[in-house]
Structure formats: structure tokens, C-alpha cells
Design a protein around this ligand. Structure first.
Ligand SMILES: [Fe+2]
Length: 270
């Protein structure tokens, strides 16, 4: 476990998600160059954020699962000067991600301490599938961490959405066993929030005293209410989070402004 000790301190984190990079930086996804989107979001983060304690990368790091794209993403995020914490999305393979990066790095630690807060990184991906599933071992890890931690507040991160979204096609690819996840979460009142990627749009839901946050991608944005695949006319962005020692969590989303991307809004899939 990584530990940043300072129980009276607040920690500012950023969530960067669904970067969908290719080995070849000239490749586009539904018309959009994802490398360009990421670099624009990086510039935005540098402009908006002063001190960052950590970068939460919540999956779909690469569109082609290439070592080159993982290494390039790691190098790009490292320019923020903060620790990185990675989990895989449905387009990634955890083993390929781990193999691509230096074996000594701590990106894949699943349990990170920020003062009074514990941040848990869960893997919900199913190799070869778009939907998510939390395996028994992952749920046992979650339970064990919640049972034994002396942290007063907990943030849980995973790639797939455990709460429903309004976009029907997207909901089809959600976490398939949210009930098993809620069974654990519901028994530990220290859980304050759950953070995920996958849905490529901003979302906030309350459930049993826990707040669930979805976030924009650094490339294409999915329409939040469409029956079928559809993109929204919004720019890439990131989520910032402030973990306060009293359990308060402040958060918001910043998006790239004053720029138009070559997105193909007539696209029927990705
Ligand atoms: Fe994605």
C-alpha cells in the first residue's frame, strides 16, 4: 500500500479517463485524434491545478492495447509530477499494461492512502468483453480492505459504471454484478464515493449515502441519454477531486474550451 501520511491535510487528485490512445499517434477514433485530446487536457490540468497528490487513470488507457501507447501515456502523465494509479478498462489488458511499464513502478497498487482517506482501485474488466464484472477475488479484496483499514473515509474506483445511466446502449455494457458490489459497500459507512470512467460523460448519483461519479473522456463524449450509440457535442475534459480530512469530498469537471475537434457525429460505433 502506498501511504501519504498527514491526517489533517487535504489532497487534490485528478481523474484522467478513457484516453483510448493508439500506438500510432495519427490514428483517429470516430474522427477524433485521441492524442490531441489528451494533450489538450494535460495543458488544461497544468493551467487549472496547482499541487496534485495523485492522478487516477480509470481505464481504457489504450484503444489498441499496445505497449507503445501505454508507455507514452505514462510518460505524458508523469509530466504532472504526481503519482499515477491505473486500472484497466474494457479496451485494456492488465497484464499488457503491467508488462509495458517498468516493473518497479507503483501504478498498479490497488490500495493507496491519502491522510484520512483510503483510495481503492478495483479491476472490473472482462477480457474480450465490453461489459464489466467484479470477480470474487476483487470483491473479497474490497471487503478485506474496508474491514481492516483505519482510514476514516474511502473512495472506491473502477472502470465500469455500477449505477445505471440513461443511454440504453451504454447501460448494456455496464457493470454486470452491481448487487454484489453494493452488498459490500452498504456494510461499510466509511465509503464516501465511487468513481468510474467508461461512460464518457459527467454523472452524479446518490445511493445509500454514497455519491457515484462518472466523468468525461479525454477524447470522444458519449451522449448521456441516447437509445443508440451517439456522441455529444462537448469537448474533452477531466475531473478534479479534493479529499478533505473531515470526509468532505469536493469535485468538479473542467473541459477544454474554445476548440473544435474533427469528431464524426454520424458515427454508429467505436
Ligand atoms: Fe472508454
Amino acid at each position: 500500500m502506498q501511504r501519504l501520511i498527514s491526517k489533517n491535510k487535504s489532497f487534490r487528485l485528478v481523474q484522467v479517463t478513457d484516453t483510448h490512445l493508439y500506438a500510432d499517434t495519427s490514428h483517429v477514433l470516430v474522427g477524433m485524434n485521441c492524442e490531441e485530446g489528451l494533450l489538450d487536457v494535460m495543458e488544461l490540468i497544468r493551467k487549472k491545478e496547482k499541487v496534485i497528490a495523485g492522478v487516477l487513470l480509470t481505464g481504457d488507457a489504450s484503444q489498441d492495447n499496445s505497449a507503445v501507447s501505454y508507455r507514452r501515456l505514462h510518460t505524458t502523465l508523469a509530466t504532472l509530477g504526481a503519482r499515477q494509479h491505473w486500472i484497466p478498462g474494457n479496451h485494456d489488458e492488465l497484464k499488457a499494461m503491467q508488462k509495458a511499464l517498468d516493473p518497479g513502478n507503483r501504478c498498479f497498487d490497488k490500495s493507496i492512502r491519502f491522510g484520512n482517506w483510503l483510495v481503492l482501485m478495483l479491476s472490473s474488466n472482462v477480457v474480450g468483453a465490453v461489459h464489466g464484472f467484479l470477480k470474487k477475488a476483487e470483491l473479497e479484496f474490497l471487503e478485506e480492505q474496508l474491514k481492516t483499514t483505519d482510514a476514516q473515509h474511502v473512495l472506491v474506483c473502477l472502470h465500469h459504471n455500477p449505477v445505471p445511466v440513461k443511454a440504453a446502449w451504454l447501460q448494456h455494457h455496464a457493470l454486470q454484478n452491481p448487487g454484489a458490489f453494493f452488498d459490500v459497500i452498504d456494510r461499510y459507512p466509511a465509503v464516501r464515493a465511487v468513481l468510474f470512467g467508461h461512460i464518457h460523460h459527467e454523472l452524479k448519483r446518490q445511493r445509500n449515502g454514497v455519491t457515484y461519479f462518472g466523468s468525461p473522456s479525454t477524447c470522444i463524449q458519449f451522449h448521456p441519454t441516447s437509445e443508440d450509440f451517439a456522441l455529444e457535442h462537448r469537448n474533452p475534459g477531466y475531473r478534479w477531486l479534493e479529499l478533505h480530512p473531515d470526509g468532505q469530498l469536493r469535485t468538479g469537471v473542467h473541459r477544454v474550451r474554445n476548440k473544435t475537434y474533427a469528431v464524426d457525429f454520424s458515427g454508429i460505433g467505436y
